[in-house]
Design a protein around this ligand. Structure first.
Ligand code: SF4
Length: 511
């Protein structure tokens, strides 16, 4: 609908002979999916929600020409039941801090000049003209940025490994193979702010000594692909990609490679194999991609959200970034908030924000006034956390300590009506389907785990089956080859741990 709304607004402006005075800008996602499509009027920041194409004439006539706000399109605060016209005053946005999403919803992603106007490509210019590669890496190291794709590995250290390799060729890879069901943070960044990725990849190329960047993106993201292509072409046209950037001897260019949507190809060794035209299967590390990656050459792989943080860290400084977040997890994290929650959408909060703040303040609480039961963080192989975890500050280490994980940022909320045994079965079904089948614990172990869960959900299970679930789940975690298998039993183990009584209710013998 958004494109039709933009067209209808343009037509209404033309009919009223003011098309030369008002610009319609189609941006990326505002994050507030629950209330989309959104139309924001600048400069008064009026935030219209759930707009339909037929509202276009009224927006132009009443608001733009008449200067009167249209009450029925304004957001209604669920607590006060009053309308709110500026997003700054909405609970959904108030607790957010948008760093990776800083430009999404604000700029026209297809216009490089809008990105440049907000300090875009400053980090690249400053790095190339004023810093040695080691100095850029030092800033990223001191910022404390950790990989946002799931692993949480320190980004600066990763760059340093690749920088130190001696080789005739190195590669920078952007992992845009976002595979978690329900997660769309990387897609939103590429659709809303593609130049931040192009700039970050060029900075990384300079830092590690690579002239070539590759974006591995799933083919199901046509708009993200289109906007990345436009951004790459514009950056070339402005001399920000290509030979001798800013008149230096540094040259860098980017190519796009397409993934076919296999979840396992988000794992960096599988991703590299897929780019090489081989089966997308992980291999044991070491060697790490930083030593022997794409075509056997040193390769640095970072995911989209990680890269989106790079330019702003370099322009605002390592200390600025390191002051946000918790002791061991710096900066912010983007989450795709979904499930039985009032405000479904894409949010970005400082590390250390509690689950309660996310669910009850930003998320507006549970739908229909129902009781909160659990929140699953970390995508299909994350764990389910309960009421007792609501005040846990969210960061990489706290989530792991509680039996879940950050993953790439999926966050699915469940209410009192959800059966946790069925929930764990649902997630395991997904990982069984997505297992590449290379190693036995994951290929066979997860199938047996799923059979046990099927037996239990169908009322044929016994207490012994519950013990078997736990034992087998732990063995798979300890022995699977890659992250997919090592984390796949998390939904089962965390629900067994936190909702054991529900499992007992499903079995026959109960003793
Ligand atoms: Fe493949 Fe699963 Fe083994 Fe990973 S753990 S290599 S996805 S079979």
């Amino acid at each position: 609908d958004s494109h039709i709304i933009a067209e209808r607004l343009q037509q209404a402006l033309e009919r009223n002979n003011i098309a030369d005075k008002v610009d319609i800008i189609t941006t990326g996602c505002f994050g507030f999916c629950e209330k989309g499509p959104i139309v924001k009027i600048i400069p008064d920041n009026t935030f219209y929600t759930q707009v339909v194409p037929d509202d276009a004439d009224e927006i132009v006539g009443e608001h733009i020409i008449g200067g009167r706000k249209i009450e029925r399109l304004l957001y209604i605060d669920p607590k006060t039941e009053k309308t709110v016209s500026d997003s700054k005053h909405m609970d959904f946005y108030r607790k957010q801090m948008r760093i990776a999403l800083r430009n999404c919803g604000f700029i026209d992603p297809e216009n490089i000049e809008e990105y440049i106007a907000l300090d875009g490509y400053m980090a690249l210019a400053d790095s190339l003209l004023h810093k040695k590669p080691e100095e850029v890496i030092d800033v990223i190291k001191r910022s404390g940025l950790r990989g946002r794709g799931g692993g949480g590995f320190p980004t600066g250290k990763k760059w340093e490994f690749a920088h130190k390799q001696q080789a005739d060729m190195k590669y920078v890879v952007c992992n845009a193979d976002e595979g978690d069901p329900g997660a769309f943070m990387d897609r939103s960044i590429m659709e809303g702010d593609p130049h931040s990725i192009v700039e970050a990849m060029a900075v990384c190329g300079y830092s590690i000594g690579s002239p070539k960047g590759l974006v591995y993106i799933r083919a199901e993201y046509p708009l993200a692909i289109q906007r990345l292509k436009i951004a790459i072409a514009q950056a070339r046209e402005y001399g920000l990609l290509g030979k001798n950037i800013f008149g230096t001897d540094f040259s860098f260019d980017i190519e796009i490679r397409y993934g076919a949507g296999a979840f396992v190809c988000g794992e960096e060794t599988a991703l590299i194999h897929s780019m090489e035209g081989k089966r997308g299967e992980p291999t044991l590390k070491p060697p790490f991609p930083a030593e022997a990656g794409y075509l056997g050459k040193p390769t640095n792989v970072n995911n989209v959200e990680t890269l989106a943080n790079i330019p702003i860290i370099l322009t605002k400084g390592a200390e600025w970034f390191a002051a946000i977040g918790t002791e061991r997890s710096k900066g912010t994290k983007v989450f795709a908030l979904a499930g039985k929650i009032n405000n479904v959408g894409l949010i970005e909060v400082p590390m250390g924000t509690t689950l309660r703040e996310v669910i009850y303040e930003i998320g507006g609480g549970i739908k229909g006034g129902k009781k909160f039961k659990a929140v699953q963080t970390g995508g299909p192989s994350g764990g389910c956390l309960t009421e007792k975890h609501l005040d846990t500050p969210i960061d990489f280490d706290n989530l792991l300590a509680e039996g879940s994980m950050m993953g790439s940022g999926g966050m699915i909320v469940m209410d009192e009506d959800d059966c946790m045994v069925s929930v764990s079965r649902f997630y395991l079904d997904f990982t069984v389907e997505e297992s590449c089948g290379k190693c036995t614990p994951c290929r066979i172990g997860n199938k047996r785990l799923l059979e046990l869960l099927n037996k239990i959900t169908e009322g044929r299970g016994t207490m012994k089956d519950l013990d078997a679930l736990s034992t087998l789940g732990k063995v798979i975690k300890d022995t699977a080859l890659c992250g997919l298998g090592q984390t796949s039993p998390n939904p089962v183990l965390s629900t067994l741990n936190n909702f054991y009584d529900e499992y007992v209710e499903h079995v026959r013998d109960k003793t």
